[in-house]
Design a protein around this ligand. Structure first.
Ligand code: C2O
Ligand code: CU
Ligand code: CU
Length: 566
């Protein structure tokens, strides 16, 4: 088969002159825009078989996530010790190999990906779910087997900067990097991914895994609801990717896409396109990660097109104090929501769909540039509605457990001596108001800064609490802002757009997800979010951490700063 891109809009894109596309008889054939490099041949991991009816042809319509009938692939679930997302409990010393690896993501057409491989006693876990207890020690050696500099960052895990995966520590092909730290975090759903500068392409190619920390509160919950990781406690990594017809991943943002974010048009959950999951009539815990480089999801469960409520129990850095019953939640890149889905009222054969509902993506910068629509190469626009996962009830069982009213305790944060630091998010185009996009024009800035890997934007004191007042400019787009080394406590949201304000749960304009400990916070155009950060640190010496936008195309284009703690 010719290696055209799976597309229903090929002609349109070709006509608009996107880089790399050639129009041949009205059909665009994409040239690979990925550097081919010197990738060595790799093994293939076979995912569970897919229904043969979807095998040929590889056309976008059979993967289109707007069509619920396409959801016919069994979801990949983490299994103990091996396979894709294989669970490794209390890994005290592991070698993490970064390597090219072929995975059959699309039926009958293996895709070359890059993965983390941990092989122990002959069993190989790909992008393993690393499960650690709070207070446990963790040692690992990263061994780089790909032809780019890389380094692992433990997203949301509080470590000193030498263990944090700062981009200046990235190592070349053939080199190693050693990690050695104690996991001080509370229980929660964290994750790990590459953090060289730039990083987006490596994440996109497949490098991402979960790091789950367990503490006493988590153990209580697991016990009272009789949950089991990989069976009834299920990590879900949602990612959007673009494929060509030969099964190759396509990554290569054009100028517009590096300014706005690169959107995929196949929605993968645990690297499964259009997945379904068979369940019993009981309570499930889903740990949902947005592992996409740029796409924001407005998540909801639907049963017969009616919203089916769920219980939000945790966010980025662990459990909330108490659950809140919701019927939708926004999830920006790198954010996590931990939810309970109570399926006990359902009957065998019932289906519940996890969807992303339509929303206003608020790309206000387009108006500024005098453009009504910026054309990228994705079939799925940001804010369009589509399905993510189909949940089908297989067995009727009885479960008597109650969802606990109390989940955990958050330490109060003392603001009496806190100083406030303004943080502004803007674009270098700010005052230009033209469509000119010079090399310096299409960049997002933090307090006017673009990333300087060796410098730092500010220095702060290691014994203080600070309030960061993060303001996104009006002519902007939503930015998921992420801090390394510490966590956020959200104090207040001001001037939120209506679709956000309508979800607020208190007088401070906070959202249900703002009531937990966060490491990534979505700031909408025109919005100000005030967060408190306790900069007291247990690590000796000066620390240099990054603060950046987790729209990874923005981050790659400099929407990142270093800050120093001394
Ligand atoms: Cu998940 Cu600095 O990144
Ligand atoms: Cu991080
Ligand atoms: Cu951004």
């Amino acid at each position: 088969m010719a290696s055209g891109k799976i597309s229903r809009r090929n002609f349109l894109i070709a006509a608009s002159g996107a880089a790399g596309a050639l129009a041949i008889g009205g059909v665009a054939y994409y040239l690979s825009r990925m550097p081919t490099g010197v990738e060595s041949p790799s093994q293939t991991t076979t995912l569970p078989p897919v229904a043969t009816s979807t095998r040929t042809p590889l056309s976008y319509s059979s993967f289109d996530p707007r069509q619920p009938s396409n959801f016919s692939n069994p979801l990949v679930l983490p299994a103990p010790s091996e396979g894709v997302f294989g669970i490794i409990e209390s890994p005290s010393m592991v070698t993490i190999n970064v390597k090219p690896h072929r995975i059959e993501i699309l039926p009958g057409m293996p895709t070359e990906t890059w993965v983390y491989d941990v092989t122990r006693s002959g069993r190989s876990a790909i992008n393993p779910v690393l499960k650690l207890k709070s207070g446990e020690k963790f040692r690992a050696t990263l061994s780089n087997g790909v032809p780019q500099k890389t380094i692992v960052h433990w997203h949301g895990v509080i470590v000193d900067w030498k263990n944090d995966g700062h981009p200046s520590y990235a190592v070349d092909l053939g080199q190693n990097y050693d990690y050695d730290f104690t996991v001080y975090n509370r229980g929660g759903t964290y994750w790990y991914h590459p953090h060289p500068y730039p990083a987006a392409e490596q994440v996109y190619k497949g490098l991402a895994g979960f790091l789950i920390v367990e503490d006493a509160d988590d153990e209580n919950l697991t016990r009272s609801l009789d949950l089991e990781l990989g069976k009834t406690d299920i990590p879900l990594a949602i990612q959007d990717k673009r494929f060509r017809q030969d099964g190759a991943l396509e990554y290569g943002p054009n100028q517009n896409e590096s300014f706005m974010g690169f959107l995929g048009d196949l929605i993968l959950v645990n690297l499964t396109p259009n997945p379904y999951l068979e369940v019993d009539t009981r309570i499930y815990r889903f740990r949902i990660l947005n592992g996409s480089t740029a796409r924001i999801y407005r998540l909801a469960f639907l049963k017969n097109s009616e919203k089916f409520p769920f219980h939000l129990i945790g966010v980025d850095a662990g459990l909330l104090e108490s659950p809140s019953k919701l019927d939708e939640v926004f999830l920006a890149p790198a954010e996590r929501v931990d939810i309970l889905l109570d399926l006990r009222t359902l009957s065998t054969g019932d289906a519940v769909l996890l969807k992303s509902l339509e929303f206003d993506p608020m790309h206000m910068e387009e108006a500024m540039m005098g453009m009504t629509q910026m054309q990228g190469g994705s079939e799925l626009e940001e804010g369009e509605g589509f399905h993510i996962l189909k949940i089908i009830v297989k067995n009727k069982v009885t479960q008597d457990a109650q969802i606990p009213e109390r989940l955990s305790t958050l330490e109060p944060i003392d603001l009496s001596e806190a100083s406030e630091r303004p943080i502004t998010l803007s674009t270098a185009m700010g005052s230009m108001g033209t469509m000119t996009m010079g090399p310096q024009m299409n960049q997002w800035l933090i307090n006017g800064n673009s990333f300087d890997i060796n410098g730092f934007a500010f220095e702060l004191s290691r014994d203080r609490v600070e309030v960061w007042k993060i303001t996104n400019s009006q002519q902007s787009m939503p930015h998921p802002m992420h801090i390394h080394g510490y966590h956020f406590r959200v104090l207040e949201r001001l001037d939120s757009p209506p679709q956000v304000e309508s979800l607020a749960v208190d007088n401070s304009g906070r959202l249900p997800t703002d009531l937990g400990l966060k490491d990534t916070i979505l700031v909408w155009p025109g919005e100000t979010v005030r967060v408190a950060i306790d900069f007291r640190t247990r690590f000796a010496g000066e620390q240099m951490y990054t603060f950046h936008c987790h729209n990874l195309e923005h981050e790659d284009n400099g929407m990142m700063i270093n800050y120093k703690v001394s």
